[in-house]
Design a protein. Structure first.
Length: 201
């Protein structure tokens, strides 16, 4: 701390905070006091971390007006982005991390990759006869309650991941590549109060 004085009559207080040093200038009656306070604490930063998960999957788009109405497959690439504040605890083995990438890998593999990799995904709305046929022909058949487009899949994946994230860690967004040049994205900020589905004729 540094202090010096001189004669000043008006009272004026100026405070400037720059996170690290903090400067106080106080003019009061007959003294001028200069305080330089070096703060050791810094503001915690929110960090985003991302991991990629590739998998192979086939699907059928029922009633689609193109060749994708037939069984076909893609090499999908799922990018999972989480946000949070890194641990600041030297005693914690995860110190400096938002989440251990190994833990994220475990969540995504258990909830998504292990179920959808090398599977055929079809809507439950297909007639029962065709659903049974797909199961017999392809074995690993996943029945979902929606048309299995890239858009609907990425929304489904978000719902599967969120319940398994640790406290303080949020799903920021997902990006699902269906082809090298085509992908769908899901953002938490877009879905805080999602509007009802738009029905287009």
């Amino acid at each position: 701390m540094v202090t010096f004085g001189c004669v000043v009559t008006p009272k004026i207080t100026i405070w400037v905070g720059l996170n690290r040093p903090t400067l106080f200038l106080s003019f009061y009656r007959t003294t001028v006091n200069l305080y330089i306070n070096f703060q050791s604490e810094t503001m915690a930063s929110i960090i985003r971390v991302t991991k990629e998960f590739p998998f192979e999957m086939s699907h059928v788009l029922s009633n689609y007006d193109g060749p994708c109405r037939n069984v076909h497959g893609h090499s999908y690439r799922l990018f999972v982005t989480l946000s949070g504040t890194p641990f600041d605890d030297s005693e914690n083995p995860k110190n400096g991390m938002v989440i251990d990438f190994t833990d994220l890998k475990t969540i995504v593999r258990q909830e998504i990759v292990s179920k959808f990799d090398h599977a055929v995904v079809v809507s439950r709305k297909l007639d029962k006869e065709r659903s049974v046929m797909f199961t017999k022909l392809f074995g690993n058949t996943v029945l979902v309650d929606y048309q299995p487009t890239c858009e609907n899949l990425v929304a489904d994946f978000a719902g599967r991941i969120i319940p398994h994230l640790p406290e303080g860690v949020k799903l920021h967004n997902l990006k699902l590549y269906e082809t090298a040049s085509s992908y769908a994205e899901w953002f938490a900020s877009d879905n805080e109060c999602p509007p009802p589905p738009l029905k287009r004729g």
